[in-house]
Design a protein around this ligand. Structure first.
Ligand code: ZN
Length: 99
């Protein structure tokens, strides 16, 4: 009498992505901020925009900075709805307009 042993093996595959690790700090933050501002002002060249897009793929602080700058700009233009991280934005706007 032979029975079939049904063994199920669980394959431990990790959902690991082969992307470069994000940088937690940016060594060119001042440069990046200038570029962010010129992009948001519409004064950046295509090349600069392209370069920056690649940069924010790996640079975490610059992504945050980009979003913050964008929100501030839109808020100052009265375009923004109150949905993007209100506390941080409100504080940033306040310091921006009380200069
Ligand atoms: Zn950066």
């Amino acid at each position: 009498m032979s029975g079939t042993l049904h063994s199920s093996t669980t394959v431990g595959v990790e959902g690991r992505q082969a992307t470069a690790p994000m940088k937690e700090s940016c060594e060119h933050q001042a440069e990046c901020l200038k570029r962010i501002q010129s992009i948001l002002d519409g004064g950046a060249t295509e090349e600069e925009k392209e370069h920056f897009k690649q940069h924010i793929d790996i640079c975490k602080p610059c992504i945050d900075m980009y979003h913050l700058e964008k929100c501030i700009k839109e808020a100052l233009q009265g375009k923004v709805e109150k949905k993007c991280c209100p506390d941080k934005i409100a504080a940033a706007i306040r310091s921006e307009i009380t200069k």
